[in-house]
Design a protein around this ligand. Sequence first.
Ligand SMILES: NC(=O)c1ccc[n+]([C@@H]2O[C@H](COP(=O)([O-])OP(=O)(O)OC[C@H]3O[C@@H](n4cnc5c(N)ncnc54)[C@H](OP(=O)(O)O)[C@@H]3O)[C@@H](O)[C@H]2O)c1
Length: 365
Amino acid sequence: MDSFAFIIHPVDPKRDVTRKYPLLGKLLPVDVIHFVSRFWPPLYLSHITGARSAATGKEIEGWLIAVPYTAPRMLRLPSREVYRKIIAAGRMAEELGAQVLGLGAYTAVVGDGGRTIAQALDIAVTTGDSYTAAVAVQALHSAAERMGIDLQQTTVAVVGATGAVGGVVAQKLAREAGRTLLVGRRRERLAEVGERVQASARGEVVLSLDINDIREAEVVVTVTSAGGNLVRPEYLRRGAVVCDVSRPRDVSWQVAQARDDLLVFDGGLVRVPGTVDFGFNYGLPPDMTFGCVAETMALTFEGRFEDYTLGKDLSLEKVDAIEVLAAKHGFRLAALRSFERQLDDAMIEKVKLHARTGVDDIVTG
Ligand SMILES: NC(=O)c1ccc[n+]([C@@H]2O[C@H](COP(=O)([O-])OP(=O)(O)OC[C@H]3O[C@@H](n4cnc5c(N)ncnc54)[C@H](OP(=O)(O)O)[C@@H]3O)[C@@H](O)[C@H]2O)c1
């Protein structure tokens, strides 16, 4: 049977360690978990079964493997040390028989976006970022439509536009947005991305180094590796639709609590074809997964065992191609979710009502 492996890592150290080791997770303080993670080898988490292509009926299997570093640890440690641990996890995937390896969350963010890791391994490697970008844009369409927002008539902001996912999300959205606002931290890199985005843009493309400027946007995608809590309530205009692709999230639940006029939701979630069992609870309903996992699975259904998405400059053509491939095998956009809950029509109607009737007393700057 064709097979894949996918690497994940703890996002919330206490909660995630408790999922695998209930007693240790309960007893160890967070800073001890951070410290110990450096010396822990990669962990076999589970065997994934039951995923079946809607197009061909082909069944695949897979494995979840954990790299024990937390996100802040991965950003702080020398890249070479982090690569070593991810490569060790990749070797475990090879021994299990996987033909393609997906790099989850910060294992794809760190260093050169998977290139060094792919060079060191014998099996194909992908970050899954292409399909993540495609699914985030699909989710944004669904949310904007339900909020009655026409992308062609509005400003769409991308926070983290200089990143791998952000850059290509910006290109894809700019093809239809009335105006596209790209927010980044590095002037030169932002200008470079801006040129690329402008090439396929329908409307004006504006660059900003100041996140406060997202107040101009009715629609916001945030996709950074800031490590959480980057987007504050005062940055967002009334009635904004906010798609948070980042893990850890850029938008904290306190923002959603403080602002009942905002539609904040997780970007990048899909339903898996067949009756999949991931064998491990990573915080989603059983038949749902992240776009990056789904990309790895779609390549396996197709038998395309090649390095697909690597590096920081993604290709729009590859994003469009994996979107078609995943749809062919039966991956579908999942219902919108916000802070571990599904957003139903009643909740969205409430947000719309608050957006229409609320007092706009948000302080800018
Ligand atoms: N939900 C999913 O399925 C899924 C899949 C893949 C990735 N992700 C998540 O998506 C996010 C981005 O991934 P990526 O691969 O695109 O990462 P990336 O290529 O490293 O890009 C990260 C972006 O974040 C910006 N950034 C970092 N720290 C920041 C801060 N403190 N303030 C403002 N901007 C900051 C970077 O700016 P500079 O260019 O200035 O450094 C860059 O634009 C990560 O959180 C990752 O976990 C989610």
